[in-house]
Write a protein that binds this ligand. Structure first.
Ligand code: DGL
Length: 280
């Protein structure tokens, strides 16, 4: 009997986040690439990642990538800035060659930085993210490579993810912390004309962020940027596109309680979903 080589079979596109935030990216990806199948994995049991050390985020992210590969994914998107900042480079350079050099893992920081020059009018950009993303200085480092003329200032917003996760994004109590971090960003550079929401949770705080940000500052969410970049990648890599299943479906996996995931996921996606529990 001839044995099938599993790695040759088609698989869904894997989308990974520490929790729910990646759903804001997945939603935009599915809008412009509805034909593909997706497998979303939220490591909700171990979230948030934003305050964890480099080694821990790297270890957790590698486990998630290995799991998605074991489920047949040839392409995995790290739809999380913290994981992209702390784990992507090591996985791409050290782990992928050992695991399967034909598979790919892509992140959200590079596609965002590639668009920065065209978004900002004066080259003064603010980046709002988790402490992990901001302290890694990943945005500054990528910008220095691609557009050294752009001035980037990062501001950590440690309480924004907990506000979203605790369904406080629209509450009056959230105002204080939204204004506080925006003021801190503007204190670093009052000329900022563009603010990047460099955490996949933050689009849920957008109405409040808009309220406290000066009107001349453009606020940029990453979902559509990452989606366009993935579309471009799949067009440029037809061999990868051919390995991605095209059935238009999506399965949702969580390391936490399924009911809890389903409840909050509906807030991020604006529709009900069915989830499955997995252990990594
Ligand atoms: N979604 C993650 C990001 O984009 C933040 C959530 C977390 O801290 O785990 O950085």
């Amino acid at each position: 009997m001839q044995h099938l080589n599993l790695s040759q079979l088609q698989g869904p596109i894997g989308v990974f986040d520490s929790g729910y935030g990646g759903l804001t990216i997945l939603k935009e990806i599915r809008k412009i690439l509805p034909e593909y199948d997706y497998l979303y994995l939220g490591d909700n049991a171990r979230a948030p990642y934003g305050t964890r050390s480099f080694d821990v985020v790297y270890g957790f992210t590698l486990q998630a990538v290995e799991y998605l590969f074991s489920q047949g994914c040839h392409l995995v998107i790290l739809a999380c800035n913290t994981a992209s900042a702390k784990a992507l480079r090591s996985i791409q350079q050290n782990d992928l060659p050992k695991m399967d050099s034909a598979r790919r893992v892509l992140g959200v920081i590079r596609p965002t930085v590639e668009r920065m020059a065209e978004i900002s009018r004066n080259g003064h950009i603010g980046v709002l993210g988790t402490p992990g993303t901001i302290n890694s200085r990943s945005y500054e480092l990528e910008v220095a490579k691609l557009n050294p003329e752009i001035e980037v200032h990062g501001q950590a917003c440690p309480l924004w993810v907990p506000l979203v996760e605790n369904k406080e994004a629209d509450s009056d109590g959230a105002d204080y912390f939204v204004e506080k971090y925006i003021d801190a960003l503007l204190e670093q550079d009052s000329q900022i004309d563009t603010a990047i929401l460099a955490c996949t949770h933050y689009p849920l705080l957008l109405p409040k962020i808009r309220r406290f940000m000066p009107a001349n500052v453009e606020i940029v969410s990453q979902g559509s940027i990452v989606a366009e970049s993935l579309k471009d990648y799949l067009t440029r890599h037809p061999e990868m596109s051919a390995k991605c299943m095209k059935g238009g479906g999506c399965r949702y996996l969580t390391t936490e309680n399924v009911g809890k995931f389903e409840e909050l996921a509906s807030l991020f996606l604006g529709c009900d979903v069915k989830a499955e529990h997995v252990d990594l």
